[in-house]
Design a protein around this ligand. Structure first.
Ligand SMILES: [Zn+2]
Length: 329
């Protein structure tokens, strides 16, 4: 088991959004002629189903435009409201006096990511009803007190995957997958150094896994797929429903509760499916549910059992160095 801390522990999830707005902007601002680096002042927003975050920070790029470091200066968290515009305003109120050149928005999906379309940056249909059809990118741009030189948007998991790819210290060359497990289960993929959008964007959290033997009677929490997708059986809602508590109370469940083995089983199978389908060089699991360390051995066990010796690689031996767990601080 490996705990990924090189990037994650020090700065938290919002770094992803501060980071990912970078690459094309290296010619601007505060070029240091002796070191040939450029430092940009940035805002990063992370829009989640339960909480949203905003961070102010700086990122430094080398002469080739590659981000070489990110520094978070301030970070704020607000509760996600029913009204999306109110939520955005609450976040912007936290950073009204910030100075910035770039803005990155990491948003829960489904999200239109084709810049050629008029709906670019708009949320599609979502169970959070008032957020359906929310024009996220346009609203952020209209409410910002200063017009940024560049404002970018991507899914929350793609932003995290990009940050891990470039700054996570994983020594990967081309590819990486990041899975978040919270109210939703999302999969962000980076292939050839770029986030995968595809037709819409990957929704790996809604792919199927076989039922756990202790869990055959549970109906699942996903409104579209019931128990026939990972999100429906591994998100915090599903954990809470099985135990008859609110999802905010799952921290009260003991480590010896069988639910952790069940959740770990599903996530290990998801990791095996991702490896089989796209073969990323590493997979990282993060999000609120993954802060329960008791899950980790069950993920590793079910991942290994799902592969069942089929793939041979030094990272996939008994000393598994393929799966990493993101620990929030
Ligand atoms: Zn589903």
């Amino acid at each position: 088991m490996q705990n990924q801390t090189a990037f994650g522990a020090a700065v938290g999830f919002s770094v992803a959004t501060v980071f990912f707005s970078a690459p094309l902007f290296f010619k601007l601002f505060r070029r240091d002629s002796s070191k040939k680096t450029t430092t940009l002042r940035c805002l990063g927003f992370e829009m989640g189903g339960t909480t949203c975050k905003v961070a102010t920070g700086e990122k430094t790029l080398n002469e080739n435009g590659k981000v070489i470091s990110v520094k978070i200066i301030t970070k704020f968290t607000v509760k996600t409201k029913d009204d999306p515009e109110e939520t955005v305003q609450s976040l912007i109120d936290c950073v009204m006096n910030a100075v910035y050149e770039e803005v990155g928005i990491a948003h829960f999906g489904p999200l239109e990511l084709d810049p050629e379309k008029s709906d670019f940056g708009k949320i599609a249909s979502t169970p959070k009803l008032r957020w359906s059809d929310f024009r996220a990118l346009a609203v952020f741009k209209s409410k910002m007190p200063t017009r940024a030189k560049r404002t970018t948007i991507d899914t929350d998991v793609n932003a995290a995957a990009l940050a891990e790819f470039y700054l996570g210290g994983h020594k990967v060359r081309q590819s990486l997958a990041y899975i978040t497990v919270g109210t939703g289960v999302g999969v962000g993929l980076v292939i050839d150094g770029k986030p995968v959008h595809g037709l819409i964007h990957p929704e790996g959290g809604h792919t199927s896994v076989i039922p756990h033997e202790f869990d055959k009677d549970y109906k699942g929490s996903c409104k579209n797929h019931g128990k026939y997708c990972v999100e429906g059986v591994a998100n915090n809602v599903s954990i809470a429903e099985r135990r008859g508590i609110d999802k905010e109370e799952i921290h009260t469940l003991n480590d010896d509760d069988k639910i952790w083995e069940v959740v770990g089983f599903y996530l290990g199978n998801l990791c095996a499916n991702i490896l089989m389908m796209t073969s990323p060089e590493v997979i990282i699991l993060g999000g609120g549910v993954m802060q329960r360390k008791v899950i980790y051995p069950y993920v590793l066990k079910s991942f290994t059992e799902a592969l069942n010796g089929y793939l041979v690689h030094p990272k996939l031996t008994s000393n598994l160095t393929y799966l990493f767990f993101y620990i929030e601080t």
